[in-house]
Design a protein around this ligand. Structure first.
Ligand code: NAD
Length: 517
C-alpha cells in the first residue's frame, strides 16, 4: 500500500496510510520542538477593507483661516501609498509666507473669538469635533492606512478610537481648568505651533490640538510630509463643526516648513514630536526666545522579562511591543532583556510566533504588519540591520514572500547583541528587535538605563513587589507592567533624557498650554 506524507517540510511529518489511517511510525520529536503545522492549507482568505467610497482630492491645499487656500509657494509634492508606491494625491508645500499667513490667522482668532470664549463653549466645540470624528472614523482609518501603510485593524481599532477619545477627554477639561491647577489661575498662551511625525498622523494631531484648544489657545499644525492627508480631512471636520475661522490652521510641507514655524516670532508655544536630532535643532532655535517648548522625541525602550513571568503572555507583549505599527513607535520595546534561565524558551516561542505574523496589504483585515512608511525609512532600517549583521549579531527572520511593489520589512529579531552594537543603541524605528540577556534584577536595571533615551519600558514578572522595585529605578517616562503599548487619554506620556521633556495626555497634558498665576 502506497504511503504519503501530509507535509513535506515539517519535522512532525505524519505518515498516513493509503486508507487515511495514521501509522504508528512517526519520527520521535522532542516535546519542545513539536509544532502544529498546516502548511498553506490554513491560510486566511483575503479580507480587504473597501476603499471604493474614499474620495481623495487630486490636490490638497493649505487650511488657513477656516478655508482651503493655495500655497504662496505655488509648489506641491506627491503623497505616496507605501504599500503600492502609487501616487495618492498632491500636497501643498507651505513656505515661510504661508506659515506667516497661518500664524496671523491664528493670532486673530485668539484675539477675536477663541480667546474670549468660555471654557464651557470651547468644550462644546471639542465634543462636536469628537463626535464627528467618530462618525467618520471608518473613512479616516482607511485613509490613514492608505497614506501611511499601517494595518487597517490598527488604524480602525486603535488610532481612530484614541483620536476621538482625546477630543472627548480634553473637551471635559475645557470648563474645569481651575480644578486641574487648584489655587492657581490658568491662562492660555496664545498661538501654538505644533509639528508632528508620520507614525500616528491623526493621533499625534489629536494629542496636540485637543489640549491646546481646551486651554483656549489657537493652533498652527504642521503634519509630516509623508502623511498629511488625514489632517486635511480633519480640517473638513473642523469646518463641519463650525469651529471659528483661524482657530486651527494646517500648513503642510517638509522640514523647511517646520523650521519656518519654529522661527516665527509670533508663535507663543511650540510642541514638537519627532526625532531627537530635529528636536535638538528646535531647542537651539528656541533658546533665548520667550517661546514655551515641549519635545516628544525618540526612544529605545527596554522590555524586561524575568524568569517568573507568564512566558506566553510575555511573548505576546514582546510582539505588540515591537511589531505594532511596523515598529514605527517611539515607545516600541526595541531592546528585549530576557533573564538567562528562560532565554532559550523565550527565543523558541518568539521564533515560532513571528512566523505566524502576516505581512502585507494594510487594508486587509488580517494583516498584522503593513508597509514601511517610506522608501527613506526602509533604507534606514536596512542600513541598521546590516550594521547588526556586520557587528556579529545573529538575525532571525521568518521565511516570507513579501509583495513585489511597495516598501516592506519582515518581522525580525537579533540575538547575540552586545550593548556596543548600533542596533542596541540607535532607534531602528522598524519591526526589528535586539535581544539581550541578564542575570539579576540589578543588572537588568543597569542595562535598561544604559541608553541616552528614556521614553518607556516594560517589566514582566509574577511578583508585584518586583514590579514596584524595578519600575521605580527605571529612568523612563512610561513603564508598563505585564503589558505593553497601552495608551489612554487620561494617562500622561513623555520622556526623560534625550526622549524630550513635557507631558502629553492626562491632566499633565494641560500644563504645557497654560501660564499659571
Ligand atoms: P522627524 O524629526 O524627521 O520629523 C518630525 C516632524 O518634524 C515632521 O513633520 C518633519 O517635517 C518636521 N521637521 C523636520 N525637520 C524639521 C526642522 N528642522 N524644523 C522643524 N520641523 C522639522 O521625525 P520623523 O522621522 O517624522 O518621526 C520619527 C521620530 O519621531 C522617531 O524618532 C520617533 O521616536 C519620534 N516620535 C516620538 C514620539 C513621542 O511621543 N516621543 C511619538 C512619535 C514619534
Amino acid at each position: 500500500m502506497a504511503k504519503r506524507t501530509t507535509r513535506r517540510d515539517s519535522a512532525l511529518a505524519v505518515v498516513v496510510q493509503g486508507n487515511g489511517d495514521v501509522a504508528d511510525n512517526r519520527p520521535s520529536v522532542a516535546l519542545q520542538d513539536r509544532r502544529l503545522s498546516f502548511g498553506d492549507k490554513w491560510n486566511y482568505a483575503p479580507a480587504p477593507e473597501s476603499n471604493s467610497y474614499i474620495k481623495l482630492k487630486p490636490r490638497y491645499s493649505l487650511f488657513i483661516n477656516g478655508k482651503f487656500v493655495t500655497p504662496r509657494s505655488g509648489k506641491y509634492f506627491d503623497s505616496i501609498n507605501p504599500a503600492t508606491e502609487e501616487k495618492l494625491s498632491e500636497i501643498a508645500e507651505g513656505n515661510a509666507r504661508d506659515v506667516d499667513r497661518a500664524v496671523q490667522a491664528a493670532r486673530r482668532a485668539y484675539q477675536t473669538s477663541w480667546g474670549n470664549l468660555s471654557g464651557r463653549e470651547r468644550g462644546k466645540y471639542l465634543y462636536r469635533i469628537a463626535r464627528l470624528i467618530q462618525e467618520r472614523s471608518r473613512e479616516l482609518a482607511v485613509i490613514e492606512s492608505m497614506d501611511g501603510g499601517k494595518p487597517i485593524k490598527e488604524s480602525r481599532d486603535i488610532d481612530l478610537p484614541l483620536v476621538a477619545a482625546h477630543f472627548f477627554y480634553y473637551a471635559g477639561w475645557a470648563d474645569k481648568l481651575g480644578y486641574a491647577f487648584p489655587g492657581r489661575t490658568p491662562r492660555p498662551l496664545g498661538v501654538a505651533g505644533q509639528i508632528i511625525p508620520w507614525n500616528f498622523p491623526l493621533l499625534m494631531a489629536a494629542w496636540k490640538l485637543a489640549p491646546a484648544l481646551a486651554c483656549g489657545n489657537t493652533c498652527v499644525l504642521k503634519p509630516a510630509e509623508t502623511t498629511s492627508i488625514t489632517a486635511l480631512h480633519l480640517a473638513e471636520i473642523f469646518q463641519e463643526a463650525e469651529l471659528p475661522d483661524g482657530v486651527v490652521n494646517i500648513v503642510t510641507g517638509a522640514g523647511d516648513t517646520g523650521r519656518a514655524l519654529v522661527e516665527h516670532p509670533k508663535v507663543d508655544k511650540l510642541a514638537f514630536t519627532g526625532s531627537t536630532e530635529v528636536g535638538k535643532r528646535i531647542l537651539r532655535a528656541v533658546a533665548g526666545t520667550k517661546k514655551k517648548l515641549t519635545l516628544e522625541l525618540g526612544g529605545k525602550a527596554a522590555n524586561i522579562i524575568f524568569e517568573d513571568a507568564a512566558i506566553d503572555q510575555a511573548v505576546e507583549g514582546i510582539i505588540s511591543g515591537i511589531y505594532f505599527n511596523q515598529g514605527h513607535v517611539c515607545c516600541a520595546g526595541s531592546r528585549l532583556f530576557v533573564q538567562e534561565g528562560v532565554f532559550p524558551h523565550v527565543i523558541r516561542k518568539l521564533r515560532d510566533r513571528i512566523s505566524t505574523l502576516r505581512v502585507g496589504d494594510p487594508l486587509d483585515k488580517n494583516t498584522d504588519i503593513g508597509a514601511i512608511n517610506s522608501r527613506m525609512q526602509l533604507d534606514k532600517i536596512c542600513q541598521l540591520v546590516d550594521s547588526g549583521v556586520r557587528q556579529g549579531a545573529e538575525l532571525v527572520q521568518p521565511p516570507l514572500r513579501l509583495p513585489k511593489k511597495g516598501y516592506w520589512y519582515p518581522p525580525s529579531f537579533f540575538t547575540g547583541v552586545t550593548a556596543s552594537h548600533r542596533i542596541a543603541q540607535e532607534e531602528i524605528f522598524g519591526p526589528v528587535l535586539s535581544v539581550m540577556t541578564f542575570r539579576t534584577p540589578e543588572e537588568a536595571i543597569e542595562r535598561a538605563n544604559n541608553t541616552p533615551y528614556g521614553l518607556s519600558a516594560g517589566v514582566w514578572t509574577d511578583k508585584g513587589s518586583k514590579i514596584f522595585k524595578i519600575v521605580n529605578k527605571l529612568r523612563a517616562g512610561v513603564v508598563w507592567a505585564n503589558t505593553y503599548n497601552k495608551f489612554d487619554p487620561t494617562s500622561p506620556f513623555g520622556g526623560y533624557k534625550e526622549s524630550g521633556f513635557g507631558r502629553e495626555g492626562g491632566a499633565h497634558g494641560l500644563l504645557p498650554y497654560v501660564s499659571l498665576t
